[in-house]
Design a protein. Structure first.
Length: 136
């Protein structure tokens, strides 16, 4: 019985990683289809590469402050931080890809936002429970 339980735990952990892996692959494919537009919007990209990570940092700090002010449990504080940090850019991305060519810059902004958000969430996974709101 122990061996079956180990196999089921490994399967559950593997399936837990699948959404991140699949999202990364899909986002990579979408980004590759937008390379020419991203390249043409070059001067716009650099301010976004500062703005979006700054937002992620601010969201984490605001979430930590909210946890302290409202005396939320540690897990709830972490949930607040992740909820503030994600702006649902992955949900907007398919809509953005269907808009007319005249709005190409909006597509570039949403693609960049999605990339920054994906990498930001991966950093959050280590930073939030490890340093920002560690178990005491």
């Amino acid at each position: 019985m122990g061996r079956k339980l180990q196999k089921s735990h490994r399967f559950i952990r593997f399936m837990g990683l699948m959404p991140v892996l699949l999202l990364t692959v899909v986002l990579f494919i979408i980004t590759m289809t937008q390379v020419s537009q991203i390249d043409s919007a070059g001067p716009l990209i650099w301010p976004l590469m500062i703005l979006f990570p700054t937002y992620l940092l601010a969201a984490a700090l605001v979430g930590k402050a909210l946890r302290l002010v409202f005396r939320l449990p540690m897990e709830t504080g972490r949930t607040v931080i992740f909820s503030l940090g994600t702006r649902n850019s992955f949900m907007v991305l398919p809509l953005a890809l269907s808009i007319p060519e005249a709005w190409a810059t909006a597509v570039v902004v949403i693609v960049v936002q999605s990339l920054v958000e994906l990498f930001g969430m991966m950093l959050y996974l280590r930073w939030v429970p490890g340093r920002l709101l560690p178990d005491t």
